[in-house]
Design a protein around this ligand. Structure first.
Ligand code: NAD
Ligand code: 0WE
Length: 256
């Protein structure tokens, strides 16, 4: 008996074996879910197809989340193959590298728009297309965010603003689809050394700071996020919606 037996989940954001989305995928599979993956481009496809195959995921579809057509095609295909959908995982973010260093004052109009489009608006576009196919009992949408949405973190810059918008999207979407029994939540994860974090100068320092200062005195692992995702996408959390749930060893409660 798995916690997700009979449930069908679409997962956006597997790039490699370190991706948060990959830990979620493995965990959901172990708990009995059927999965579909999407990938951003051909460079990512090379890594995603073998990972998908290794856990028996047959539906693997291209989707650049800046494209309404791509997103519509994903859910049309999923609807055709499965007839319905229970879980949607949004584990996607992007800002131009030059926006993620130096002064926030240098944020460009185009850089702001791109970060917002990929990292925040895309959740609305996905839920809009997924929603007609989502089963009313136990439908769950989950996005990934970071505490730099609430407090200023050096260099996170425009991504902090995009994560603030993403978290507001979670609340507004939760209200919009709640009457149909669909829930929308976010996990605010502590820093993890994934592909998206590898370009970040001083990541080692950030991890060291967390280890020294968090209540639990340790960094998190991808599996910690996957475990919380399992709860938030299973019927165990059936009355929990619109929230941002920290998986950060308690970092967010600290003042000094
Ligand atoms: P990752 O690099 O493995 O995942 C990011 C994904 O975004 C990749 O699969 C990439 O292909 C995808 N993506 C980027 N642009 C896209 C586009 N235009 N269309 C479709 N997909 C696109 O890194 P990750 O750390 O697993 O990131 C997943 C999520 O977790 C992100 O939302 C990130 O902000 C969030 N998060 C990460 C951390 C961390 O420290 N790593 C902490 C908190 C939250
Ligand atoms: O959300 C993230 C990753 C966001 C991200 C990272 C990159 C690096 C490579 C978005 N876009 C890009 N674009 C690139 O070209 N995290 C929470 C990880 C992260 O990113 C940071 C961090 C941490 C932690 C950026 C600056 C400072 C700290």
């Amino acid at each position: 008996m798995g916690l997700l037996d009979g449930k069908k989940a679409v997962i956006f954001g597997v790039a490699n074996e370190k991706s948060i989305a990959w830990a979620i995928a493995r965990t959901f599979r172990e708990e009995g879910a059927e999965l579909a993956f999407t990938y951003a481009n051909e460079a990512v496809a090379k890594r995603v197809f073998p990972l998908a195959e290794s856990i028996g995921v047959k539906l693997v579809l291209p989707c650049d989340v800046t494209s309404d057509d791509d997103i519509a095609r994903v859910f049309a295909e999923v609807g055709r193959e499965w007839g319905g959908l229970d879980i949607l995982i949004h584990s996607v973010a992007f800002a131009n590298r030059e926006e993620l260093k130096g002064s926030f004052l240098n944020t460009s109009r185009a850089g702001f728009a791109l970060a917002m489009d990929i990292s925040a608006y895309s959740l609305i576009a996905m839920v809009k297309e997924a929603y007609p196919f989502m089963n009313e009992r136990g439908g769950s949408v989950l996005a990934m965010t970071y505490y730099a949405s609430e407090k200023v973190f050096p260099n996170y810059n425009v991504m902090g603003v995009a994560k603030a918008a993403l978290e507001a999207n979670v609340r507004y979407l939760a209200e919009a689809v709640g009457p149909d029994g669909i829930r929308v939540n976010a996990i605010s994860a502590g820093p993890l050394k994934t592909l998206a974090a590898s370009g970040v100068g001083g990541f080692h320092q950030i991890a060291g700071h967390v280890e020294a200062k968090t209540p639990l005195r340790c960094n998190i692992e991808q599996q910690d996020v996957a475990n919380a995702a399992l709860f938030l996408c299973s019927d165990l959390s059936r009355r929990i919606t619109g929230g941002v749930h920290f998986v950060d060893s308690g970092y967010n409660i600290m003042g000094m």
